[in-house]
Design a protein around this ligand. Structure first.
Ligand SMILES: [Zn+2]
Length: 191
C-alpha cells in the first residue's frame, strides 16, 4: 500500500479530520486522526491491518504486543495473520504491565504494534514491558505515525502512514487567531 493509498483509506473512513482540535496534551492542531473510525469498520480496518502485516514480515517475532485500548485489536489481528500469539500491555501503577496471567518468556522476540504514534509514550511503555521480561524488541509497527518520523525508539519502526501534523500552543495557534471554533478530541475528552 502506497502512502497515497493509506492516506485515501484514512480519508475515506473519515479518520483524518480537518479543523481546529484541542488535543489531550492541551495543544491545538489543524488535523486529527480519529482511530475509532477505522476500528469500528472491519471493511477498512482489515485491509489496513493486512497492509501493516506486509511491512512487519521482515521482523522475526514470537509474539505481538499491543497497548490497551486499540492496540489490543491490532495486536490480535496481526498475530492471527502471522500465526503467532498476542500479548496486551495494560496500564499499571508505573507504566504498563502484562496482567491476567499473561506470560512473555525470557529470550522471546517481540514485535510491538499500536494504532497512532503521537509522542511515543505508549510504545516506550511497551518496550519497558518487553525488556523487563528479558525479551527483545524486534521491531515496531503503527498504522499511522503523526510525528512525521521524529520519534526514536532504538528499534526499527514501520508505519503504514506517516504524517507530520503540526501542533500549537494556544497562545501561538493560527486557528485561534482566525477565530475558528475549537473541537475537543482525544481519550480525555468527552466528545
Ligand atoms: Zn487553537
Amino acid at each position: 500500500m502506497t502512502h497515497e493509498e493509506a492516506l485515501g483509506l484514512f480519508r475515506d473512513a473519515d479518520a483524518l479530520l480537518d479543523g481546529h482540535f484541542l488535543l489531550s496534551s492541551g495543544l491545538h492542531s489543524a488535523q486529527y486522526l480519529e482511530k475509532f473510525r477505522l476500528l469500528e469498520r472491519p471493511s477498512v480496518f482489515e485491509p489496513a491491518c493486512d497492509a501493516l502485516v506486509e511491512l512487519l514480515m521482515s521482523f522475526d517475532a514470537d509474539f505481538v504486543l499491543g497497548p490497551t485500548t486499540a492496540g489490543i485489536i491490532l495486536a490480535y489481528c496481526v498475530a492471527r495473520r502471522l500465526g503467532i500469539e498476542a500479548r496486551y500491555a495494560e496500564p499499571a501503577t508505573k507504566g504498563r504491565a502484562l496482567r491476567r496471567g499473561q506470560v512473555l518468556p525470557a529470550g522471546s522476540r517481540v514485535m510491538i504494534v499500536d494504532d497512532i504514534l503521537t509522542t511515543g509514550l505508549s510504545l516506550r511503555e511497551c518496550i519497558e514491558v518487553v525488556t523487563s521480561h528479558g525479551a527483545t524488541v524486534e521491531g515496531i509497527g503503527v498504522l499511522a505515525d503523526r510525528s512525521g518520523g521524529t520519534v526514536e525508539f532504538g528499534a526499527p519502526l514501520r508505519a503504514l502512514l506517516t504524517l507530520h501534523i503540526p501542533v500549537y500552543r494556544p497562545d501561538e495557534c493560527p486557528m485561534c487567531r482566525a477565530g475558528i471554533p475549537l473541537t475537543q478530541r482525544g481519550s480525555r475528552a468527552h466528545s
